[in-house]
Design a protein around this ligand. Structure first.
Ligand code: GDP
Ligand code: MG
Length: 726
């Protein structure tokens, strides 16, 4: 049933032209009085137009709906309690930023709102160009240009109001202001709590109510007490608790941070919808942004900062890494010394300490990387990075926002995949989750260091850099592919918040760093520990191996043949002879150990899957390493250590030497690195994908897809390289 009698309220900042528009709409049919109980002038006018009876109400001019002044209270109460059919927000278009604050509060109230961009003439003469359709799309609100004092656009404004009044429009979830994560989760929690306490007669929007309670809005608290009586106690005390927690976490009153967030949202909106402007606001964030998001400077600065992150992570991280390495060596030596020779000792020293130890040394790198990422986030630079990347990300059909998880993917895919929660659209989330694993995570780095270091010694750094770039390229290509084939649809436009720059607090940086690194440590104690033990078991059993040669006899005969030579008495000569002997014996032991490994369970598995990996230039040992990498990429290196270096794994360049002798070539090493880059990162990532997509199908798809891509790319590189004669 179409409504024929409507009430339309005009809201807006003082001097936005509200009264002018009101007068032009209503002409002489005005009633002037006071709002009940207060001496604030109230004007109403009844008009009949387009077949409707409309009552126009001129609300007091306000800058916000935070109930600090009597005008704000009157305006808000009217909207809350009188439920006008439509609220028209008269916006001074030449002052868009300041006016959008009230505008966004109106949107949050969940009333039907229209933006009238008044003073359109002034805005134009000052050189602002406002993209109204974009603004409308971004905020989910109809937008009309008006020039109040010339009566321009007013009919269109009314028509739009009529249309809106008769449509069930609601501002979609993803068009709302989104607050910082901590606040959003408090809002969510309180919202759910309120829902349980109230019934359908509760007339306020619940999200809005939760926001107001977290802001400690006294009036709303009173209203809730009046409306729902005793039940309100639970809600209010719950809100108080959440507020307390937030204050501690944020080190500031939540309402202050929320105001900042709203301004961030507005800054993002402004950047999207206003072009060519001569803005002359002096404001630190703005000035920093002039440089950091500059069309020409922004990008080089961004690349430089990323480079600086990696540089810091790896050069600074090298020191504690060295200490940890030494520490692990001591621990290993200690157990070697105190434990009697037994299977248990082998398990502890060769299985657990060697396995977990070879990975825990990367902890400093990972802590540093996460610290830098937290620094990016907490200063507000991350949002700018996303803003800069927006254009490039649109190539994949994604938003700049998706770049944040992808960037974090360089650290670890698990928190990166969790970070996709900040994306509003489900399709965007899935797409981002699917391509994030192509961003080379820190666990893969040790593999590159070993392989590139061995086979591309002088150019190792460049090769590793190219590998990283290749990962990014694959993410872009597959992203584009998924967008056109699987996850069709336009990327929904939305406002990218540009929060003000802030000096980060050490406490928060450390909390954020720790939140993410915990995952790494948990992985250490869980999957990697278990993985190391399993690999140790598979590689040390069965014990009774039939060797093809009698190695022990060979060693005995070497010993015997040298025994006679070393009685000459000349010390120099003796030493040389002993060295020769030791080298020979070592060669024999390594050959023995290699045969033992080949005949162990893990060797048999490797042999079984070898045909799959042969076309990409990887032998059975590499195959096993890749299989174990399925558990966690870090394990690839330790497995190679066990299988290639066989004996003497303690010697630092033993693995390098063994790899050089193993028949692996630079080309097959490259092929292996590409495989490691592209195939599914690890069990923990698989778990994260399942959790975040909520779908086993997408998870399986991702495993099969990434591994397929990995194999294909390695095949192309390896066979292509061979054709070219490498
Ligand atoms: P209110 O405080 O929001 O009620 O604003 P008023 O209606 O009193 O308008 C303030 C001033 O702006 C008046 O001098 C109007 O004539 C002028 N004004 C209103 N709309 C426009 C417009 O679209 N363009 C220009 N140039 N002036 C306007
Ligand atoms: Mg006025």
């Amino acid at each position: 049933m179409e409504k024929r009698q409507l009430r339309i309220a005009l809201a807006g900042n003082p001097n936005s032209g509200k009264t002018t528009i009101f007068n032009n709409m209503t002409g002489t049919r005005q009633k002037v009085g006071n709002w009940p109980g207060v001496t604030v002038e109230k004007k109403e006018g009844d008009i009949h137009k387009f077949g409707y009876d409309m009552k126009i109400i001129d609300l007091p001019g306000t800058y916000s709906l935070t109930p600090f002044s009597i005008e704000e209270i009157v305006a808000r109460d009217f909207i809350l309690d009188e439920n006008p059919d439509v609220v028209i927000d008269i916006i001074d278009a030449s002052n868009l930023e300041r006016n959008l604050y009230l505008a966004n509060q109106l949107r949050e109230l969940d009333c039907k709102v229209i933006f009238a961009l008044n003073m359109a003439d002034v805005a134009k003469s000052r050189g602002f160009k406002i993209d109204a359709p974009k603004l409308s799309e971004l905020l989910g609100v109809p937008v009309v240009f008006t020039v109040g004092n010339k009566n321009e656009g007013l009919d269109e404004l009314l028509k739009t109001a009529l249309e809106l009044a008769n449509s069930p429009l609601e501002i979609p979830e993803e068009r709302r202001v989104r607050y910082s994560n901590d606040i959003e989760s408090a809002i969510g929690e309180l919202k759910d709590f309120i829902k349980l306490q109230v019934d359908s007669s509760f007339s306020y929007n619940i999200r809005w109510t939760a926001i107001k309670l977290l802001e400690d809005d006294k009036i709303i608290k009173d209203r809730i007490r009046e409306k729902i009586g005793v039940q309100s106690q639970h809600i209010l005390s719950k809100a108080e608790k959440l507020r307390g927690k937030l204050s501690k976490r944020l080190d500031d009153d939540p309402e202050i941070v929320m105001t900042d967030d709203r301004y961030g949202f507005i800054a993002g909106t402004i950047k999207e919808v206003i072009s060519t402007s001569t803005r002359h606001r002096v404001d630190i964030s703005r000035n920093i942004d002039l440089v950091l998001t500059n069309r020409f400077l922004g990008f080089p600065i961004f690349i430089f900062l990323i480079w600086a992150i990696f540089q810091t992570t790896f050069t600074l991280g090298a020191y504690p890494m060295e200490w940890l390495n030494t520490g692990v060596g001591y621990v290993s030596a200690f157990f070697e010394y105190v434990l009697p020779n037994s299977l248990l000792k082998d398990l502890i020293v060769d299985g657990i300490i060697a396995g977990v130890g070879s990975i825990i040394i990367f902890l400093p790198n990972i802590l540093l990387l996460f610290f830098c990422i937290a620094l990016f986030e907490d200063t507000g630079y991350m949002a700018r990075a996303a803003f800069l990347m927006d254009k490039i990300m649109h190539l994949i059909g994604l938003h700049g926002k998706s770049f944040i998880p992808m960037l974090m993917g360089f650290g670890c895919s698990v928190p990166a995949i969790m970070a996709t929660r900040s994306l509003e659209s489900k399709k965007d989330r899935i797409l981002t989750i699917l391509i994030t694993p192509f961003m080379s995570c820190s666990a893969r780095l040790p593999v590159y260091i070993v392989l590139a270091g061995t086979f591309f010694a002088a150019h190792a750094g460049t090769v590793i850099f190219i590998i990283y770039l290749f990962g990014i390229l694959m993410a872009i290509i597959t992203g584009r592919l998924f967008r056109t084939v699987l996850l069709k649809g336009e990327d929904a436009p939305f406002v990218m918040e540009l929060p003000p720059y802030r000096v980060p607090m050490m406490k928060n940086l450390l909390i954020h760093m720790w939140d993410r690194s915990k995952m790494f440590l948990r992985k250490m104690g869980g999957i990697i520990l278990v993985g190391s033990v399993v690999i140790w078991v598979l590689s040390s059993f069965p014990k009774n191996i039939q060797y093809s040669k009698d190695y022990d006899a060979q060693i005995r005969s070497v010993n015997q043949s040298y025994e006679q030579q070393t009685i000459s008495g000349k010390e120099d000569y003796d030493n040389r002879i002993i060295q020769q002997k030791d080298a020979l014996i070592r060669e024999i032991s390594i050959a023995k150990e290699a045969e033992r490994a080949e005949k162990s369970y893990i060797g048999r598995i490797g042999k079984a899957v070898e045909p799959l990996f042969e076309p990409i230039g990887i032998d059975w040992r590499g195959s096993v390493a890749l299989l174990t990498g399925f558990v966690a990429k870090e394990i690839v290196v330790s497995t190679m250590g066990v299988l290639y270096a066989a004996d003497d794994a303690a010697e630092s360049d033993a693995l390098q030497n063994a790899l050089l002798k193993s028949g692996m070539t630079p080309l097959s090493a490259l092929s292996m690195m590409i495989f490691v880059l592209l195939y599914i990162p690890c069990l923990a990532t698989i778990g994260a994908i399942t959790r975040e997509t909520g779908s086993v199908k997408w998870t399986l798809f991702n495993i099969v897809f990434t591994t397929g891509v990995a194999w294909t790319m390695s095949f192309v590189v390896f066979q292509g390289g061979r054709l070219l004669g490498f």
